[in-house]
Design a protein around this ligand. Structure first.
Ligand code: FES
Ligand code: MG
Length: 576
């Protein structure tokens, strides 16, 4: 990056602070109203700290303190830090699904940066959707930006066993329903599974996404693996503050960092992590913001190349704390050097090769080498066929190997409420070979594409010992869950995708190795059903949700709003 260092006069904040008209007076006056002396903010780069802390966001409980660490470093480096609260998407407590609000936070981040005197930004987030959302906004705004990941929580412990957030919730829920643990055990588990600040300790969407954007160069190198409650995490936040000041002088923006190679490196990391299927949506959304071409087929090609090397739940046996002690993300990336483009740049201003210098693996069971992968199946497979013309995804590494080639009869649930009402009914005509089908669960239909894709196993089958079945939907699945679940079917049922045409008893064939998903009903019959199909009317007709339903794209396009993709730059606001 042989750009000239910028001068203070060239920074966008100076349009607010250094103007000699009446408005400039008002900007300086109102800043002094908050008790700042003129010399504390005049002539300094302004660093925004977008904070997704809230009292309802347990994974981000420590981010209020981390903002202080960032501020401390910004002051010390000669900047003026300003903290901006933003929508906090705590995965578990936000209903109906945080995915409905990912684009809201992305828009908010972009507009917060555009409308205020900000020269560079540190983005505080990490719980699932917050990572793509904040970065989608920052990429569109294209000012110097560092993502400061919230960091994973510590390992959960119960009765001598190690517990992973999410993964074990579902596991013990099934054990409770089948009578293998007591109600007292279940209550006890509530306080044992998630015992510190930070994001899920499994390889859920949070650690998948923070590790991917770390690989892509959008965090300080290796930042994503540091546990939230480690003192190193506070020092990392502080380093974000000092580094972003340098990036402002260097004019190092997302567009100077992000190329297709960064995204492919991110995808390789995703597969080596055995990461969450949600990443397939978020990576494409991020790429489209950066004007980089990235498709589901690119991800499938990478998944065929890179096996799962990270031995973490739900694909493996360890947790994020173990990953950090094993050397963390830099140690994982050293296993992949022959597959990565090492010339990509990061926020550090260095290349990936330089960022990885000195990285070492300290536990080759937690972080495997390419000749000793964690499992047979890849982290992702992209399926096509007459049921998914624009694609669907499955995570073979967390599916039952006996089910990845399967033919069975459909049991169709019209929507989530129908599924909840009937799934445990002893009269339900279901057996272990049935294919459970859920519709009206996609981006528009639900709306917001909730994590309903791991449909529960019917109680009567659980009692027979059945733990996995083939399940199909236009929904997503939590990264911490497992099962032979075909997800993100596109186009979704609500817009007339073939999923809308499936009927009880139809035969469905899944063949993951051949990347096929077929509804074995002849084309003539399907045409007749299509003629009779009527689009359901939108369930909500006001406010943000109405906007969402109108503008959201399908899963293969990243579920971004059509009006936000493609890196359209809105330009700077008028100041008057
Ligand atoms: Fe926040 Fe899992 S609930 S990361
Ligand atoms: Mg999740």
């Amino acid at each position: 990056m042989n750009k000239q260092r910028r001068t203070i006069e060239e920074l966008r904040s100076q349009r607010w602070y250094n103007s000699q008209d009446m408005r400039g007076f008002a900007h300086r006056q109102r800043t002094q109203q908050m008790g700042l002396r003129r010399e504390e903010f005049m002539g300094k780069p302004v660093v925004g700290i977008i904070n997704t802390w809230s009292d309802l966001s347990p994974c981000h409980a420590h981010l209020r303190d981390r903002a202080d660490a960032v501020k401390r470093a910004v002051w010390a480096a000669g900047g003026y830090p300003v903290e901006l609260p933003a929508l906090s998407l705590g995965e578990v407590l936000v209903k109906p699904t945080t995915m409905l609000y990912r684009n809201f936070l992305a828009m908010e981040a972009e507009e917060l940066l555009r409308s205020h005197p900000i020269d560079g930004v540190v983005l505080l987030g990490g719980c699932d959707k917050t990572t793509p959302a904040l970065l989608m906004g920052a990429i569109s705004m294209n000012i110097p930006a560092i993502f400061c990941p919230a960091g994973p929580m510590l390992n959960g412990k119960w009765k001598g066993q190690t517990l992973g957030a999410g993964t074990h919730t579902r596991k013990y829920w099934d054990e409770l329903r089948s009578g293998n643990i007591s109600q007292d055990d279940w209550v006890d588990l509530e306080s044992r599974m998630t015992r510190s600040n930070g994001t899920c300790n499994t390889m859920g969407t949070a650690s998948t996404m923070t590790s991917i954007v770390d690989t892509m160069g959008l965090t300080l190198p290796g930042a994503s693996s540091i546990p939230a409650s480690d003192a190193a995490h506070i020092r990392m936040a502080s380093s974000c503050g000092s580094r972003v000041i340098e990036m402002i002088w260097e004019d190092l923006k997302p567009s100077d960092i992000l190329t297709r190679a960064n995204f492919l490196n991110g995808a390789k990391c995703y597969m080596a992590l055995g990461g969450s299927t949600n990443a397939a949506i978020h990576l494409i959304a991020l790429a489209r913001r950066a004007n980089v071409k990235l498709t589901l087929d690119d991800l499938d090609a990478v998944a065929r190349e890179i096996p799962v090397l990270t031995n973490i739940f739900p694909s493996g046996q360890y947790l994020m704390e173990d990953f950090y002690y094993a050397g963390g993300l830099p140690a994982l990336l050293t296993q992949l050097v022959d597959h990565l483009d090492l010339t990509t740049k990061s926020v550090s201003g260095r290349t990936l090769k330089e960022d990885l210098e000195g990285a070492e693996c300290y536990n080759n069971d937690v972080i495997r080498s390419l000749d000793n992968p964690v499992c047979e199946g890849a982290a992702l497979a992209v399926l096509r066929g007459n049921l998914a013309p624009r694609g669907a995804v499955i995570k073979p590494s967390s599916a039952d190997p006996k089910l990845v080639k399967h033919r069975g009869r459909a049991i169709v649930f019209e929507n989530h409420a129908d599924m909840v009402a009937r799934i445990d009914n002893p009269e339900l005509d279901v057996n272990a070979d049935s294919v459970l089908v859920l519709r009206q669960a996609g981006p528009r239909g639900a709306p917001g594409m909730p994590e309903w894709g791991a449909l529960p196993i019917p109680k009567k089958l659980l009692a027979q010992g059945v733990r996995d079945m083939v399940r199909l939907s236009d929904a997503r699945m939590s990264g911490t869950h497992y099962g032979t679940c075909v997800l993100h079917i596109a186009p979704e049922s609500a817009v007339g995708g073939p999923l809308a045409l499936v009927r009880d008893g139809d035969e469905i064939e899944l063949d993951v190795a051949a990347r096929r998903l077929e509804l074995l009903v002849d084309a003539k019959e399907l045409d007749a059903r299509r003629q009779n199909w009527r689009a359901p009317s939108p369930r909500i007709d006001r406010g943000y949700t109405a906007l969402f339903q109108e503008h959201v794209t399908q899963a293969d396009m990243g579920c971004d709003f059509d009006i936000l993709q493609g890196g359209q730059r809105q330009g700077e606001p008028e100041i008057f």
